[in-house]
Design a protein around this ligand. Structure first.
Ligand code: FES
Length: 349
């Protein structure tokens, strides 16, 4: 397991700190590979399509828009809890999960916030093209990141990872819990909802842009802000979550609940071949890429959502070949976002 001593070099940006952080990340990935498991049960599917209309769009910060979604007839929307998300079905047929980041208990509208990803799969660009009056359909809400009641919390958010954390912070504040928030990002200008968060209790919120503090914070540095025996909620980029997971023991915090928005790193991957039976297309999946990524280049309309193996959107029927399952697909299907094959697999695609 990684050394948990925090060297003095951590107190300043610089090459020592960079090398130490790199070493920690590598050690952390090895540790996570050995100990990897989801820290919460998978979200149960909610077979409920909700027609919604975009009633308001605001530019939260550069490249991030905040959308208010309402019932077209002005009706009350299904209830949700902090950590919940909607699966948004876009006009193109793409399906994407977005955390609900509005006021918990608000039934008159949902709020989501989306960062435009120039190199993403097109879902965020499509959201940014929506206009007031645009109609969409959503499925849910469902919750894969449940918020538990505790006396003390440390919330850690990176960038757009603030979206599921924000309603948790509001709820903790409303309950009178002892809480702290550490909010990191590339720059202050890229971090949505800073003013809204600071208005809750400025003394409990630490805004930490990389442009003002040097390279990204280590897990230990983020955890320094935890009240004693705090329950930690963390959402953001994979290296940040990895650092927090590695440094949690010995930090004084009690437990960690985390959610990432991106695909997990591929650990122990080997190359394999994929054949798409409907078109006869044959593809080679390298050791460091997912089948979904590779198939998506040949078949851009291939559906996906979570890219982490739990939502079921990308599941494809397997016609031949042995699958190394890393997601929850069963009944002869393969979660192509995370699962791999021993040698060659033929898919009904
Ligand atoms: S995209 Fe969700 S299981 Fe593959």
């Amino acid at each position: 397991m990684a050394d948990r001593t925090v060297p003095p070099a951590l107190n300043r940006p610089g090459p020592d700190r960079f090398l130490w952080t790199l070493d920690k990340f590598t050690s952390g990935m090895e540790w996570l590979h050995r100990n990897s498991r989801r820290n919460h049960p998978p979200a149960r599917p909610v077979d409920r399509d909700i027609p919604l209309v975009v009633s308001e769009i605001q530019a939260a910060v550069d490249e991030v828009v905040s959308l208010r979604l309402t019932d077209p007839g002005g009706g009350v929307l299904p209830a949700w809890q902090p950590g919940a998300h909607l699966d948004v079905l876009l006009p193109s047929g793409r399906k994407r999960p977005y955390s609900l980041c509005g006021e918990p208990g608000e039934r008159g509208y949902y709020r989501i916030a989306v960062r435009r990803l120039a190199d993403g799969g097109g879902g965020s660009r499509e959201i940014h093209d929506l206009r007031p009056g645009s109609r969409i359909t959503a499925r849910g809400p469902r919750n894969a990141f449940p918020f538990i009641t505790a006396p003390r919390y440390l919330f850690i958010a990176g960038g757009i990872g603030i979206t599921p954390i924000l309603p948790m912070v509001r709820t903790a504040a409303a309950r009178g819990a002892d809480w702290r928030l550490v909010y990191t990002g590339r720059s202050r200008e890229s971090m949505p909802f800073v003013d809204e968060l600071r208005s809750l209790a400025p003394e409990r919120v630490w805004i930490r842009p990389d442009t003002e503090f040097g390279i990204p914070a280590s897990g230990a540095e983020l955890l320094e802000h935890a009240p004693r025996a705090a329950t930690v909620y963390c959402c953001g980029p994979v290296p940040m979550i990895t650092g927090v997971r590695v440094d949690l023991p010995g930090s004084g915090a009690d437990s960690l609940h985390w959610e990432r928005f991106s695909a997990p790193p591929i650990v122990g991957g080997r190359p394999f071949d994929v054949e798409l039976a409907r078109t006869g297309i044959r593809l080679r999946v390298p050791a460091d890429r997912s089948a979904l990524e590779v198939i998506g280049e040949a078949v851009p309309e291939v559906p996906y959502s979570c890219r982490q193996g739990f939502c079921g959107t990308c599941h494809v029927r397997v016609l031949a070949g042995a699958v190394e399952h890393r997601g929850r697909a069963a009944d002869g299907r393969m979660a192509i976002c995370v699962s791999r094959a021993a040698d060659r697999v033929v898919l009904d695609l």
